[in-house]
Unconditional design. Structure first.
Length: 223
């Protein structure tokens, strides 16, 4: 799902684990946009992973391939949220280990939407963070590099930063000429006992630095 501005000036994409749900709820509550689409959709012949348009994390590729909007894509500003990948992966591990673990026993849980989802939740209960992260990326070449959430960030015209979410939201809205105050609700907070840096050893830090080098450089993040 994305947020489509009521005047069609922007599309806000909900990149997972980056505070996007908070921003989306705030935009809807302030009547600055609406949820789009309202339900999961099967496109074309319904076959293949990209033929499924999920109700929550609709990404740029869905809009481009299936022409979901009334006007050409260049008429819209695509906006999403970004987050320090070192911080993101610790929260992702804790979500798998704590929040989503019960979903393994529920066949209707979102955990069961993909084989990877089931596998990573199961492994989060067995492995400590560094080993879990290494397992997550073990099937990729050592030369593999990418952005975090590339289907959301690669074609973004503007990004909001998780680390200063309310301020960056305000700055962005003001750039659109929207001066009203938009309050962020408190939802989906992943609790942890210590700073994300304490979860890393040398190898897991190097892993994130290598794989997400383009993202770190593009958005100025560091350990």
């Amino acid at each position: 799902m994305a947020i489509l501005a009521k005047d069609s000036r922007f599309v806000f994409l909900l990149a997972p684990g980056t505070g996007s749900t908070v921003v989306a709820e705030a935009l809807v509550n302030a009547e600055l946009g609406r949820w789009f689409p309202l339900d999961d959709m099967r496109m074309g012949d319904g076959q293949g992973e990209d033929a499924f348009v999920p109700v929550k994390h609709t990404h740029y590729g869905h809009f481009r391939r299936w022409l979901l909007l009334e006007r050409p894509l260049e008429h819209y500003q695509f906006v999403t949220t970004v987050r320090n990948p070192f911080d993101f992966w610790v929260s992702e591990y804790l979500r798998h280990r704590n929040r989503w673990a019960d979903g393994l026993d529920d066949p209707n849980s979102h955990v069961h939407l993909t084989a990877l989802g089931v596998d990573m939740v199961a492994k989060s209960r067995e492995l400590e963070f560094a080993d879990w992260l290494a397992y997550r990326w073990s099937k990729f070449s050592r030369k593999h590099q990418q952005l975090l959430h590339p289907l959301f960030t690669e074609n973004a015209d503007h990004v909001l930063r998780f680390e200063r979410l309310e301020a960056s939201l305000t700055d962005w809205l003001q750039s659109l000429g929207i001066t009203e105050t938009v309050s962020l609700p408190v939802i989906n907070v992943t609790k942890r006992d210590s700073d994300y840096r304490s979860y890393y050893d040398a190898s897991s830090r190097q892993l994130v630095e290598r794989i997400f080098a383009p993202y770190l450089e593009r958005f100025g993040y560091a350990f």
